[in-house]
Design a protein around this ligand. Structure first.
Ligand code: SF4
Length: 245
């Protein structure tokens, strides 16, 4: 199989498409990564009232846009149990989603608040919070089985994947069975994934720098830059944008 750029694609539909029955997309008790499992066990011992386990994806069950993040933040998703909830990275993310009409609330407070996502789902490359926010390559590979299973379920509705950072970009390509060399990461890049598209619907992968505290405070990623990527995702997904101030 060959994509529009002439790159060979390793039977991508077999990886995340229709040929394999989807596996499990989430296990709250998964301990397949020993380093992360012991890190979270220590965390739960110190913070028995917090989540401290693998964090499930969040959002629309049949989304047009799939946001592929890195991993739960220790004091955010890992603490509250919902992606980008309770830490700095979530501030810009949910504010931007709200302004584009993709979120019902501007601020994500806790896993049981009434906020809902419309037309968008947040998935992570790694479901357990890693020390220093840096998963090891083998942890990304191990957790990719969940991402692959979930993308297989989401591909029928999805039109755009938005990768937050290089790890999210690479994890999405691995899950889809696509070659990294054919789709280089750069902020604002727009990749057509022809091998996974249909005559009626083109699938795209858009890249953004991650909305982490470091990236936003150093202005590597500004509000305008982030908004532009997600607005473009809405456009490609043919989601009617509800502009909010
Ligand atoms: S990172 Fe993924 S594969 Fe590893 S222990 Fe957590 S849920 Fe399991």
């Amino acid at each position: 199989m060959t994509d529009s750029r002439g790159a060979k694609v390793a039977d991508a539909r077999g990886a995340a498409g229709t040929r394999e029955p989807p596996g499990r997309i989430y296990d709250p008790n998964c301990t397949r990564c020993p380093r992360l499992a012991s890190y979270l066990a220590e965390y739960r011992a110190r913070h028995p009232d917090c989540w401290g386990r693998p964090v499930a994806s969040f959002g629309d069950e049949a989304p047009r846009i799939v946001l592929v993040g890195l991993a739960p933040g220790l004091n955010g998703a890992n603490r509250t149990g919902r992606p980008f909830t309770g830490d700095y990275a979530g501030i810009l993310l949910y504010e931007t989603l709200f302004r584009l009409g993709l979120s019902t609330r501007r601020v994500s407070v806790s896993a049981d608040d009434p906020l809902r996502l419309r037309g968008l789902r947040i998935v992570n490359s790694v479901k357990c919070a890693p020390p220093g926010n840096k998963p090891l390559p083998e942890e990304v590979r191990r957790c990719n089985a969940y991402l692959r299973a979930e993308l297989a379920r989401l591909l029928p509705s999805a039109r755009v994947l938005v990768a937050l950072g290089r790890i999210g970009h690479d994890a999405a390509l691995l899950a889809l069975g696509l070659k990294r060399s054919a789709f280089p990461f750069s902020h604002g890049a727009e990749h057509r994934l022809d091998a996974l598209s249909t005559p009626d619907a083109t699938l795209y992968l858009l890249d953004s720098y991650h909305c982490s505290r470091y990236n936003t405070q150093t202005r590597r990623l500004t509000e305008q830059m982030f908004h532009a990527v997600l607005a473009r995702a809405c456009e490609l997904a043919e989601l009617r944008r509800r502009r909010r101030a």
